[in-house]
Write a protein that binds this ligand. Structure first.
Ligand code: ADP
Ligand code: MG
Ligand code: MG
Length: 205
């Protein structure tokens, strides 16, 4: 178990997982949105991986990835994920490494950015339903190190995402469907699970 997080590997792994699951994410968005979530995020993350140089400190990595996501991802999710990573990177500052406590603070900053930009609260059937419990679980387990904290966050994100199925969407495109949004997994919550799977994978390597 490493004591510091390789944020570059995190972003690369997130890009790999989204590329592998892009069709599933787009399929989820076909049910309650406009069938582009996997394609949007895949495009943005390719740009993010290219934008992240090998010799940057962990906070700068997240800021560069976030900027690329904002500019290259279409749709609502680009500014939200991009804003989240930029804010997380800013929280890490210029420090040479990021331990679990620092990352807990960065994840909290990411959640704050998503909620400031998108105005969603838990229960609105958005990525916040996976992100908020994951951030809380990471913080609660940060004392056990980055690998255990990331695994706890992943478990919480999965539960939060699954809990979006019976909800009616109150934010984003799915909200236009009203009650017809019930019974479907929110695509952004599903991609947030991949964000934390990537974190757990990167922390465990
Ligand atoms: P678009 O809806 O513009 O096509 P995407 O399909 O890429 O964008 O992303 C849709 C996802 O974005 C949703 O499943 C939801 O999780 C998330 N989302 C949309 N609006 C908001 C919001 N206001 N706050 C938080 N997340 C949101
Ligand atoms: Mg969409
Ligand atoms: Mg769209």
């Amino acid at each position: 178990m490493g004591a510091v997080m390789d944020t570059r590997r995190w972003i690369e792994r997130f890009a790999e997982l989204v590329a592998a699951d892009a069709d599933r994410l787009t399929g989820l968005d076909a049910a309650i949105g406009d069938a582009d979530h996997g394609a949007n995020l895949n495009r943005g993350l390719r740009a993010a991986v290219e934008a992240v140089g090998p010799d940057l400190p962990p906070g700068k990595v997240l800021m560069a990835a976030g900027r690329a996501l904002v500019s290259k991802t279409g749709g609502a999710s680009g500014p939200l994920y991009g804003g989240a990573l930029r804010r997380a990177g800013k929280a890490l500052g210029d420090a040479a490494d990021a331990d679990a406590a620092a990352l807990a603070g960065a994840l909290r900053a990411a959640l704050d950015a998503v909620q400031e930009l998108g105005k969603a609260v838990e229960g609105d059937k958005t990525m916040v339903d996976a992100l908020a419990p994951a951030v809380a679980a990471y913080a609660a387990a940060a004392g056990d190190g980055p690998a255990i904290a990331a695994q706890a966050a992943l478990d919480a994100a999965e539960k939060g995402a699954e809990a979006t199925v019976p909800l009616q969407a109150r934010k984003g495109r799915a909200s236009y469907l009203g009650p017809r949004s019930v019974g479907h997994l929110d695509p952004g919550a599903a991609s947030t699970v991949l964000l934390f799977r990537a974190l757990a994978d990167a922390a465990g390597e």
